[in-house]
Design a protein around this ligand. Sequence first.
Ligand code: AMP
Ligand code: GLC
Length: 452
Amino acid sequence: MVWGELYSSAFERVRAKVGNVKGVLLAYNTNIDAIKYLERNDLEARVERTGKEEVIQYSEELPESIKGVPQLLGSILWSVKRGKAAELYVESCPVRFYMRRWGWDELRMGGQVGIMANLIGGVYGIPVITHVPQLSKLQATLFNDGPIYVPRVEDGKLKLLHPREFNNNEENCIHYIYEFPRGFRVFDFEAPRENRFIGSADDYNPNLYIRSEFRERFDEIVPRVQLAIISGLQALTRKNYREPFEIIRGHLEVLNEKKVPVHLEFAFTPDKTVRKEILKLLPEIWSVGLNEVELASIMEVMGEKDLAEKLLASDPVNPIAVTEAMLKLAELGVRRIHFHTYGYYLALTSYRGDFVRDALLFAALAAAAKAKLGDVSLINDIASAMDVPINDKAKAVEEALVKEYGMKNGIAEVSGYQLAFIPTKIVEKPKSTVGVGDTISSSAFISEFVLR
Ligand code: AMP
Ligand code: GLC
């Protein structure tokens, strides 16, 4: 199989037709990411000053939320030690102030919706209608030019404006992103992989606050789109999920009535009750996107503990275990499951066609461009990722799938579903990792419809 040729053919075909999509609805989480690239000396000195013994406790077990500086620093160490992403709500104002004074190297668009809006609207040129819980001046400046819209009601009429024309000067929702490269050392810890810890100083997104325009005028927004992507359910807890879930159920009803396929982008959801509630939404959802940690956490609440453990046991993740887990999700009624991990992607669909695989290839190029550059601003940035090599580790994954399911050219038939596989391009020294998952899932979902 010549993956290089498949990559370039998929890219050219998506590029030629990507502008044909009529419109995409993106809800619910948008925020400002203040990115700090961690430095060893600075971090160690902060830990020492705060009290190393207490900080280290939290590097062993993450707190539920951040109530003090020791918890903040300990949670950062937790991520570094494992090379795993984590995100916690910062409750305390003094900690928010501490993070603000610690500072950042870069301000970037954040939240799945914000990141996808800049990509789909700003780079692919597809009109997007986005939910921005709070549209501050700073938040507005982070939106790219292009057909990106937020709804506003004026004289009783629903209007669509570019976020920079919104002019309401609402609050700043800032998430502090502490990024570290592979091999980053602090005390005795060494990061096995590049990743980040996120502290959210934000009272809107973590509670899934939904604006009145989306609560009251949703049925007027939906006819303007062909596809929808929803995200941002991850920070809810058993205490606050009920009200937003009710609104979401109502939104799904309208979307399904108007035959708009909906993709749900998973993110790590610590609360088990919320995870179970998300599972109940799946019959109303066309497609889901997730990584190995998210898939394992879903298997856990489905009572599949052994499978959950298998998903986290090896690197690269065992693709047969992934397929088994995806089949369990498919049985809940979702038509497309897109799994992404470091090195390869899989899509299990209730329908068939090479376009499912080709959409994954396009997404892998977009992901490599995002990892390499930090931000993708032109479609040509994506073309430049063609040079990034396909990683070697995926060969064993491909062989396992060929042996188990007789896969050919990245496509197999498994228990009445189609399984599509691709090996991905891995950027050796990524600029940043935040938002790569969102880039993958949204690019694959959209380009599947482009290629149909
Ligand atoms: P998430 O954890 O959902 O944000 O998604 C991260 C995904 O980004 C992983 O599953 C990989 O597929 C991809 N990824 C991470 N690091 C790199 C890299 N250095 N180059 C290309 N893709 C990457
Ligand atoms: C989460 C974080 C946000 C970040 C995004 C990237 O939504 O809250 O800060 O930009 O993930 O995927």
